[in-house]
Design a protein. Structure first.
Length: 84
């Protein structure tokens, strides 16, 4: 689900902070501006995922790994090569 992003002035954000937190908890995001210039973002602290969402993500990672082979090179060798 894509987040809904709203622009809000700093004075309005200060006056309605509790209401904004309720809306952020519902998935909305806010860009807070001062004098018309964006200065901060108010976003959910953590996205809650269902067990099904996690299973789907794991399956996508497995499919990605199956499509991309290392041709006999170990992860450790790649890490060491990157350190040179």
């Amino acid at each position: 689900m894509a987040a809904i992003v709203n622009d809000i002035g700093a004075i309005e954000a200060k006056a309605d902070f509790a209401r904004l937190l309720d809306r952020v908890e519902g998935g909305e995001e806010f860009t807070i501006s001062r004098s018309g210039h964006p200065v901060a973002r108010l976003v959910p602290a953590m996205v809650r995922r269902s067990p099904n969402d996690r299973r789907e993500a794991i399956e996508k990672m497995r499919q990605l790994a199956a499509r991309h082979k290392l041709n006999g090179i170990s992860i450790r060798e790649l890490i060491e090569e990157g350190r040179k």
